[in-house]
Write a protein that binds this ligand. Structure first.
Ligand code: SAH
Ligand code: SF4
Length: 397
């Protein structure tokens, strides 16, 4: 087995900072200060850590604490969505997207990213968390969508990342760096409230980095996201779903990319289904230690002629019967590498109607950020041949 990569200082939790400092003969109180600088203030350059001793600052710089990622482009869409193209130390590029909640006259109720609409939560949950929610009063709530890998190994046929293929895992520090960079780009009056692991890559294929990033993002001395506001989206890696449930006691919201209601059509869209077929996936969802009043989000990308028939909706309704779920329908965003595409909206509405008629909460996601290729499934590798039609917009700007 390959030895685990050494932990980057940005990926250390406060107790690990204490240990690391103790080994150097440094006092423990600096641990909280350094963690604060990095995760609360987004400062990773030791030279700027003014309350840390000069000797320790030099030692931190020597062990590699410093910038690991930079924003190379910000593409702002007409609807306020911002796509950040981020370059990592090895030159690889990833993308992360800021999605401000849409409000005001004419706003439609269903945003692109479900956590933004509290999709994974029932509204009455809000009352449980008055202090955290207070911080968002009068603010525009922003959801950030982050990547966990460069490319993706899962090979879903409708997905640009899947078609591009897997290049490498991101380290936990690279996952968290996307939030640090994104937070610095928030507009006046905006506050980061939700994080969704729905960018490039399969988060549970990179379990260790994802789990550590979750701990860092939700640590009260750092970015301090509420665990209930973090959603991990997965194509259905059964053992890791169980592990996530165990490791976080069901606190992390789960979104499952289902996309079909029988094994034959699901395997045709998502090769991972051959490894973990529907029966196993549903058993894992039923065993997930769900928190009170919470629901699993089921994502269903509608692909014309593949999974969009009303009969499929009825099959889906039977499959999910009795489970605490809500369903998000996403008309497929076309990608250049494939001739597959979305059904017409009449079929999308008919599909939704069948599910609502069976008693499910079911929303159609609007496409946001289409003009900057930031919509779902359109996150691709820069430098690779652009595979997304709308990508030309961003590449030329
Ligand atoms: N790998 C994880 C998370 C990233 S993909 C997963 O698959 O869940 C985030 C969501 O976008 C998934 O539901 C995925 O199926 C969907 N998606 C991917 N490509 C898409 C496309 N071209 N159109 C619409 N949705 C897409
Ligand atoms: Fe990977 Fe998700 Fe795309 Fe499938 S949909 S290829 S799992 S990123």
């Amino acid at each position: 087995m390959k030895p685990a990569a050494p932990l980057h200082p940005i990926a250390r939790l406060p107790e690990e900072w204490r240990d690391a400092l103790a080994q150097r003969g440094e006092r423990a109180f600096a641990a909280k200060q350094i963690f604060n600088w990095i995760h609360r203030h987004g400062v990773v350059d030791p030279a700027a850590m003014t309350n840390v001793s000069a000797r320790l600052r030099a030692a931190l710089a020597e062990e590699g604490l410093g910038s690991i990622a930079e924003i190379v482009h910000v593409h702002r869409s007409a609807d306020g969505t911002r796509k950040l193209v981020v370059r990592l130390k090895d030159g690889a590029t990833i993308e992360t997207v800021l999605l401000p909640a849409v409000s005001g006259p004419g706003a439609r109720p269903e945003p692109e990213i479900d956590a933004d609409a509290d999709a994974a939560y029932d509204d009455e949950d809000e009352e449980d968390e008055p202090t955290t929610e207070e911080a968002f009063r009068g603010k525009t709530r922003v959801t950030q969508c982050i990547s966990t890998q460069v490319g993706c190994a899962m090979g879903c046929v409708f997905c640009a990342s899947g078609v591009a293929g897997w290049k490498r895992h991101l380290g936990p520090e690279e996952i968290v760096a996307q939030i640090l960079l994104g937070r610095a780009l928030l507009d006046e009056g905006e506050a980061l409230r939700n994080v969704v692991f729905m960018g490039m890559g399969e988060p549970l294929h990179n379990y260790d980095s994802t789990a550590r990033a979750l701990r860092l993002l939700t640590h009260p001395d750092g970015i301090a996201l509420s665990t209930r506001r973090v959603t991990v989206s997965t194509s259905g890696l059964v053992p890791e779903i169980a592990r996530l449930g165990r490791d976080f006691n069901g606190q992390i919201a789960l979104a499952i990319s289902l996309h079909a209601a029988d094994d034959e059509s699901r395997s045709a869209l998502m090769p991972i289904n051959k490894k973990y077929p529907l029966a196993e996936l549903l058993a894992a969802l039923k065993a997930y230690p769900m928190q009170r009043r919470r629901r699993i989000t089921i994502e269903y990308t509608l692909v014309s002629g593949k999974n969009d028939d009303v009969a499929e909706a009825q099959k889906l309704a039977r499959l999910l019967r009795g489970m605490p779920v809500k369903i998000n329908l996403i008309p497929m965003n076309p990608i250049e590498a494939s001739t597959l595409g979305p059904p017409d909206m009449a079929r999308v509405f008919a599909f939704q109607k069948a599910l609502v008629g069976s008693g499910y909460s079911c929303f159609i996601r609007r496409r946001r950020g289409d003009d900057v290729s930031a919509a779902c499934g359109q996150l691709v590798l820069l430098g690779a041949k652009p595979k997304v039609k709308a990508f030309r917009n961003s590449a030329s700007s």
